[in-house]
Design a protein around this ligand. Structure first.
Ligand SMILES: Nc1nc2c(ncn2[C@@H]2O[C@H](COP(=O)(O)OP(=O)(O)OP(=O)(O)O)[C@@H](O)[C@H]2O)c(=O)[nH]1
Ligand SMILES: [Mg+2]
Length: 302
């Protein structure tokens, strides 16, 4: 008999990245998608809204959903960020708990675990930053604790920055997705517009060059975007802070900091657009913007 081989089952679905701030969720998103689509920094609460990244493989398609790090909300902005986490937990097919394995377990980790226990979704535990662990046996108590707390589909030590996450993780994720057609075109890597990504690039550069409260009180909005020619874009961004003293810090002595941010951001935006751009940055003081609904709406922090 001449039986034709059964076609492999194609699977597709949504996979949420959930975890504490700074655990490496956005770094992992960028690594897996193979392009920088989310801002990354060593400051907690870098991600402020949901960012989707698409991976298309012969055996299936994964829509990764990066979310803000779980923390206690103090402002309306932070309440919105936590609502994003809850929405993602409800709307996805698979959850990945991303945990920084190089830091001790705290009450925040227990809270994240409770969110996952309540959602009752298939879940992978990804113990991240193992490159920082000199002694890998330190993973054992963590693995034991987590395995007693939830029925993980898999527990995988990873380094979002190094190693073979790209080969290993997508295959593992696809196994747990439902059968289905692709949800996005193969060449669509993210749901973010280039404008949003440009604003996030500017914010990332500010986060990377400032300390203390500045990363928390800074927001960036594209106020003008002019594709003057096919190969040249003129961009005006407003940088919001809450007080005049913070504006001084962001601008820096002799405008040195703002200049540095502008140079670095322009380089990244040009590589995103694939052509030259002119980037102008203005710093504006907007008191209490983190508690103002209409400003948050305008900033895309939904
Ligand atoms: N050594 C090491 N550092 C990592 C790894 N993954 C992420 N980082 C660093 O951890 C910091 C936080 O990374 P992010 O990807 O911004 O973390 P996040 O979980 O998205 O943080 P929030 O958006 O604030 O919730 C950055 O400085 C990364 O470079 C890793 O595997 N190893
Ligand atoms: Mg992030």
């Amino acid at each position: 008999m001449n039986e034709s081989p059964q076609p492999e089952t194609y699977r597709s679905g949504y996979v949420a990245f959930i975890g504490r701030p700074n655990a490496g969720k956005s770094t992992l998103l960028n690594s897996l998608v193979g392009q920088k689509i989310a801002a990354v920094s060593d400051k907690p609460q870098t991600t402020r809204f949901k960012i989707q990244g698409v991976i298309t493989k012969p055996e299936g398609q994964i829509v990764l959903v990066d979310t803000p790090g779980v923390h206690k909300p103090g402002y309306e902005m932070n309440r919105r960020m936590m609502a994003t986490v809850q929405d993602a937990l409800l709307g996805v097919d698979l959850v990945c708990l991303i945990r920084d394995a190089s830091v001790a377990t705290g009450s925040g980790d227990k809270f994240v675990l409770e969110l996952i226990q309540r959602a009752q979704k298939p879940a992978l535990l990804l113990l991240n930053k193992i490159d920082k662990l000199k002694d890998k046996s330190k993973l054992l108590p963590l693995l034991e604790w987590y395995s007693n707390e939830y029925g993980w589909a898999e527990m995988i030590p990873i380094s979002a920055l190094r190693g073979n996450v790209v080969e290993v993780l997508p295959k593992e994720m696809i196994k747990h997705l439902p059968e289905g057609e692709p949800l996005f075109d193969e060449d669509e890597l993210t749901d973010q517009s280039v404008r949003t990504m440009a604003a996030e690039i500017v914010r990332e550069k500010i986060l990377q060059t400032t300390q203390e409260e500045i990363p928390y009180v800074t927001a960036v909005v594209v106020e003008k975007w002019d594709d003057e020619r096919e190969d040249f874009t003129r961009i005006h961004c407003a940088i919001f802070v809450e007080r005049a003293s913070q504006k001084k810090i962001v601008i820096g002595k002799g405008a040195a900091r703002l200049k540095e941010v502008g140079i670095e951001a322009r380089r990244d935006i040009e590589s995103l657009l694939g052509h030259r751009c002119h980037l102008e940055l203005f710093v504006k003081v907007e008191k209490d913007w983190r508690d103002r609904q209409n400003l948050l709406d305008d900033m895309g922090i939904q």
